[in-house]
Design a protein. Sequence first.
Length: 473
Amino acid sequence: MPDVVVVGLGPAGVVAARELARAGHRVLALQPDAQPSGRAPLAAPPPTLRTRPDEEALLQPAPPAGLDGVGGSKRLAAAQAYRLEEWSFRMRSETVQRYGAAAAADLADWPIVAADLDMWYARVEDATGVAPRAPTPWTDRMHSAAARLGWHPFPAPAAASPDISPLLAGTGVEIVRATATVVQQGPTGAVAGVEYVDGDGITGVIACGAVVVAASVLPTVRLLLLSGLTAAGHVGRWLLSHNTFVVHGDFAGIDLRRRDGGPASAVAVAEFEGDRFDHTGLGFVGGSLLQAAMTGPWSTARLDAATAGLSRRTTGNVDAATWVRAHHRSIGTVWGQPDQVPRADNIVDLDPVHRDPAGRPVARMTFSLADDDRRRWWFLADRAAEWLDAAGARTTWRAPLQPQPLGTHLYGGVRMGADPATSVVDSYGRFHGVPGLVVVGSSTFPSTGGRGPVETIEALAWRAAARLADDLR
Ligand SMILES: Cc1cc2nc3c(=O)[nH]c(=O)nc-3n(C[C@H](O)[C@H](O)[C@H](O)COP(=O)(O)OP(=O)(O)OC[C@H]3O[C@@H](n4cnc5c(N)ncnc54)[C@H](O)[C@@H]3O)c2cc1C
């Protein structure tokens, strides 16, 4: 019998499994194989989605962006690896202090501050080889432009590889190619085991005293709810997303050569992140890192996306798709990943109608943007346009802001907090009131921050696993 079962081997599960095994515990990990689509239909079936609780939720064609299998979604990622800034951990108290309680709405502080993660961030950075990529002509151009604006540009840190699975080598973690379906509790309420189904449809139960759920936001919430683990209605609440935006600029005939590097190569500015600027009268809190990145080869999807918001005035009356295909070498882009404020209406629960191929309810998402999301976006997009202008863009355009509940960065549903009355897990991911159950991943984040989550996911998972390893002694 294993000491611990880890559910899911994305970055969170890999880091947790490795630490537990290195501490001498017997670790078994459940991770289904992906189909050629990259997805595992029992682990990540497409959810249903609606914008309001009184609407019918419609089945989506695909789950949120990502990959199933060992290594998880990070294998698709730019591998940008940021520490979350201090303000993001104290978003509520900082907002109350500067702008008053009314501005803080449903914000929550984390039960830890950035300094609590310093050591774990350093370990992740060492283990995954985090460092900036070499500058390119495009990042140099944007670096100089930001400096001329009086901003403080810096190169984006990135992991050496998007594949974190080599960290498992030699650890002895046993991998079973199966999907966890239920976390079982014993008579005292403590974890007793995990039910699973494998790729042949064969079901089984693994008895264990501890389970680390590391399945990413929707699958984690769904597994907990299917296991009857609701935390008095808190599981599934406070769903958040990075509603990523882009602003494009036309550099009139200059070949920017953005295709010569991947999006890990980027230059960033933090002037408009968190509370680094006065929000008085702006109607929103928070912000975003702004980044100018390389693209790699321009895919059809990327070319099509660059047409959104492009006016006939810019194209000289040429059809947008034709114009972008002719001019894409001269298109520079700035993108942001804005904070989102938690809202009581944005939740995940179980769909009452739609089922996965094994007959279990899929996740139902209720998600919409609010006015502050639009105001934050517009303000940040103006700053992005200003940056592109300073770099020599002839003109800029922006795609309309889209809600991204199926985007690349989801958060919430298993909120972390010190008080069991208002949260699901503590800062070590320990589920309040269920001994032996630990949740890791961005489902536990009380706020998004204005930058990518993966290094914080890994640092928190490492810290949680080290604590669980001690708890199990
Ligand atoms: C295109 C793209 C680009 C990105 N770029 C960046 C970036 O540059 N920087 C950044 O910080 N973040 C980035 N991200 C986000 C980052 O990849 C994720 O935040 C990260 O992978 C989440 O890690 P995780 O381990 O929590 O979940 P995942 O990586 O999603 O892994 C979860 C694993 O759990 C498995 N699983 C699910 N349910 C079950 C179950 N019931 N039983 C067993 N296994 C299960 C899944 O199959 C999967 O393998 C990007 C994401 C995408 C999609």
